[in-house]
Design a protein around this ligand. Structure first.
Ligand code: HEC
Ligand code: HEC
Length: 265
């Protein structure tokens, strides 16, 4: 009997340890915004902070081209957010932009791929063929078990459009999700996936209004060079430099007096 108790105790300790380990390494660390990201707000942030390197059309950097279909369909919003939030060797981490604003800038990045004409065609296809299960708003209200595409952390921010396209084409075995390969053309299937993608944003313009335009002029695409790690130390400011020079002079004086004392002895 006591053997059992000891075993159970050891097992629960093990599970607690495993829980702690996974809590520290799992994707739970990612902070999802409380409100869905805004393309509108993202446009402003993008033009001021990102366009300098990535280009106003999203194709400014050779290997990272937001208009490149194959590149985009294998990425997701969570990954993009992490890169924008943490920065990379060649990209600053933007200490002056809040986390929800970083999500907004990521939302805008997707518009280079899920362009408005495709998404609008997709909307028609979706409302005719898919909304009965997925709900007009993509929240899965039509059928229990159909995905809620408006829930970032649960599904869509971690999904890849390439996988969605696969599911739309071939269906999802053992679920109500039917294959559309023989009913919809390849282009129609991509358009519907692009429209589904827009459910993760709160204001993607798929109705009469146009893609929002920049309302304030781009101040300086030179902001890119505000790399925080190479940022200003106190010694890089005028006051800091003055203090540094004065201390060095005083140190030199002390050394001079000390040496003088030594030699005069
Ligand atoms: C100083 C130039 C620079 C600025 C400014 C900049 N980026 Fe980047 N970004 C890069 C480079 C370079 C890469 C490619 C990764 C690398 O080499 O570090 C990149 C990669 C990315 C990626 C792709 C990550 C991936 O995993 O494929 C995203 C998304 C991104 N940037 C978004 C943004 C957003 C949003 C902003 C503005 C808030 C921004 N970038 C500002 C240079 C920049
Ligand atoms: C008969 C109901 C039904 C219809 C109609 C339907 N779906 Fe689905 N769909 C589902 C269900 C249920 C799931 C969840 C499958 C699962 O549990 O993995 C799903 C899953 C999905 C997924 C997520 C797949 C993944 O890999 O995560 C996508 C994307 C999708 N549907 C798009 C569409 C599109 C686009 C249409 C219209 C062309 C459509 N669905 C029509 C029921 C439906």
């Amino acid at each position: 009997m006591t053997g059992f108790v000891a075993l159970r105790l050891a097992l629960s300790c093990l599970f607690i340890l495993m829980g702690i380990a996974s809590a520290h390494t799992g994707p739970a660390a990612l902070e999802y915004p409380s409100e869905k990201p805004s393309v509108d707000s993202g446009l402003e942030i993008y033009m001021h902070n990102c366009a300098g390197c990535h280009g106003e059309k999203g194709d400014g950097l050779g290997k990272v081209d937001f208009t490149d279909h194959v590149y985009m369909i294998n990425r997701n919003s969570s990954e993009f957010f992490e890169v924008v939030n943490d920065g990379t060797m060649n990209m600053p981490s933007f200490v002056n932009i809040s986390k929800p604003q970083k999500w907004d800038s990521v939302a805008y990045v997707w518009t280079f791929w899920a362009d408005r004409p495709s998404a609008m065609r997709g909307k028609n296809i979706f409302e005719k063929n898919c909304a009965s299960c997925h709900g007009m708003k993509g929240d899965g209200s039509g059928l229990p078990g159909a995905f809620d595409f408006t829930n970032l952390s649960n599904t869509i921010a971690n999904a890849q459009a390439s996988i969605y396209f696969d599911s739309v084409s071939n269906g999802v075995p053992n679920t109500a999700m039917p294959p559309w390969k023989s009913t919809l053309s390849e282009k129609e299937r991509w358009d519907s996936v692009k429209y589904v993608w827009t459910f993760q944003f709160r204001d993607y313009p798929v109705s009469s209004q146009a893609i929002p335009q920049v309302t304030t002029p781009i101040t300086s695409p030179a902001t890119p060079l505000e790399i925080p790690s190479a940022g200003k130390g106190w010694y890089n400011t005028p006051v800091g430099a003055a203090i540094l020079i004065i201390s060095l002079m005083m140190l030199a004086g002390i050394i001079y007096l000390f040496m003088k004392g030594v030699f005069e002895r």
